[in-house]
Design a protein around this ligand. Sequence first.
Ligand SMILES: [Zn+2]
Length: 903
Amino acid sequence: CEDKTPAKGHETLFIFPFDRKDVEAPVAFDELHESLENMPTHTILFLKHVKKIYVTADDNEIMILSKRTAASHSNSISEIVLNNMNTHRDRYLLFSKPVDHPVKGLSVEIAYELTKKGNVAKSWDTDLVVFFPTEKKTNLGFIIQGPYRTTPARDNIPFKDDFNRLLIETTAHLMGDSLLWLRDNMYLDENIYDLLPIEEFDFPRGSMFRPFYEKLITALSDDDLILTSALDTKGSPVYCCSKKLAIARSAELRQLLDSNLLLELTDNQTRYWLSGAITEQTKPRFYKYLKDNLDIEEWRPEDLISKLNKPFLTNREDDWIVKLYKLILTQRQWFTNLNSQKAKPKWDIESKIPFFNKPIVRLQNGSQVKPFKSYTCQEPTAYLSKSNQADFPSVKSSILDDPEAKSFFELLGFTEPSDTEFLIEYILPKYENELMAQADLSYQIDTARQIIHAWEISNNEKKLLIKKKLENLLWLPAHSYSDENKYILSGHNVCYVPNDKISLFLAGSGDHYYICSELQDMKAALIEMGVKDCIHVACREEDDDGNVIILDERGSHLRGLDGFDPIARVDGLDYAIQATISDHNIDRAKFIWNEILIPNRHLISGKIEHSTKQSFKNPLNIEVKSKIGEAIELGPWLPNNQGHFYNISELSLAELPEGFSRDRRLAEVLGMEIPEDDPFDIFAREIGLPAEILRELKNNPDLVPDILSGIKKIIDKANKKPSKNQLDMNEHTDPEFPMFSIPDPERRERVVSNNIHEAPDKIFEKKERSVRTSGRSIDKETYLKNFYTNKNDEMICQLCKKIMPFRKRNGEYYFEAVEMLTKEMISKESESLYVALCPTCSAKYNEYIKQDRNKIHTMVKHIQCSEIEEIEIETDCPETLKFNPPHYLDVRTILTELIDQED
Ligand SMILES: [Zn+2]
């Protein structure tokens, strides 16, 4: 080892003897060579007087470290540039702080490494520096230096040492101060927080560098050191302490609330949002630190919603409200929950749909309302109407101009109102208080026109709904008949479309109304709605039998006979009668007589029938008068032909003035004297035919036979017709009786009469009873089946004319071919002499006819005399035996041929 002498004053000589026993000298030399070569640049950083270090070996320069001050910001803050042989350059911001200690001149330092762009960055090697780097890990992202006491070998720093503690505390303070400076000099960005002692794991309680961790919490809590999303007026970032900061989970939320709104919503507790550059994704460690260690509140959209209230929302601009809707739109889950709620409503709703109970909907008039009328969320509180009616509940139109806001409401289920909805939601509620009655006439008329218009364009279902809603509403601007200048709101049910007759009838009545002239053009719709265009007669309808059912309860049945309804009344009749009594207006009296009383004479008085049975068996009858009957007896309102007025009972029909219809039936109802007429009139009344026809007949006697036969036919037909009741009892009408036509009756007659003489005689075998055998050769069954099967293939009994009651196993109708006469009366065999009867009729015929000689004879005579193929016979009751015409002709021919008529 060469003997070297340090140069005078400024040099330090290190002598490395390389004499360790465990490492040989060449190895030790190489190791030292390598470590000197790789000496970190910051080795020189904290050296106060050394500006340059040369390392040479074997006359080669292996390293030259140099240091210069690039900028000096203050006595204690400077920017240092370090060079290593001009190949490597590092920049540091160096902060220094004197140590409060009896020994003067001691200080601690912090160095932040700067990138080439001049931003603070994390140093890769931050082991503690005691003038020279040690191997003590600090877990900080910046370098700290201090005159720590070390063990003699510099391999450890006893941290329980008070002096060392003082240095640590002082350096931690310096960190706080340096952060303020960094902030004020535009160095404090979101990346710096990564350098800071934020992981408690790295700074456990009692550990050497714990004071840094604790100091940082104090600094961030008290000083405005956290980057917010706000910018100041110069466009520079704003910093804030943790106490006035909140974290927004989404950018939408951050954009929605500026500092002022945040303060307003939090009672001045929170002023800023954390910068959007610091998120769970970009800065997970610091983000977690802010939430967990600094207790900064994190807001989700529902936290914002929960803080909203009506005054706050009302003060916001439209575009703010739109942004709020957009924020809500980002929460798809809320809409999923909303749809479930609509499908299956539950009470617990606000946690699932946070905006449900918040007045977030801005209406056209600027007010804020909740979105739904009830927890089922089925009925929105407003409509998506472009209507400019400020008082119709529609969402503000300028808000709906934004497509996303519109889709927000559509997702909630808001719709455009139908005209009916508009009417029911908006127009009709106006009538529920006094305001409408006090409103301007023109407004009342406009509104009424809207109602009528909505009616006009509604379908039947909606009309029913409107009708129901209007039922008890006074909405129709009208005049009372007592004051044509005064407008009053009336119900449509009690209002008239005026005409001369109605006006005459009701003139002066304060209880009756007619629509105002401003609505005349809509009278067709009004009449359809129930406004009357003729004097209203109230009565119940009669049933199919012409009676009015009044009471139909078990054990008590009451009806008005022949259309009479005891509660019948004519609107305004009392008034009109009274008026006529006092003003003697003949035209009104005539109108009452001709157009009110005559058409409604059945409603004036009549019989009421009471019975305990629904069938009205053993009824009790009472004669009563209706309101109409009472009204017309109020006094002398009916004129005679002299123009004097009398009570009805004082006049006869004949005395009425000209133009008053001479209605006898009305006169009868009223008990008026009816003058005698000529016999034609009386007879005509009796039989209910017009007297003119009878007079006509008298003048044209030659018409009489035709008319009589015509009448007879009609009467026959009417009698044959089954009554309605019978029809109801039998499911089917009577079956059709087969009636064949006879193409050539004379020929048939001739053939039959010849054949009968050639027909075999009846042969009887001697047995205990006489049993005829010859008849079997004649196919009477086929003969009868042929004649008594109709075109529906039904076989009909000749006596009861009903379908044979059953079919045989082979599918053919069972019937009995019964011989018409007894063997004593006729000896020839012929299929014509049988009748087709059902078993019951067969038994009846045998019992009642064939056992009775007189009846048989009568029948034969009947047949011989009558060409009508239906003959009267008497079994247990009067009946007829009917024949198909060809069969009847055959029977008649044979009976005429074989039986003497005098017999
Ligand atoms: Zn029968």
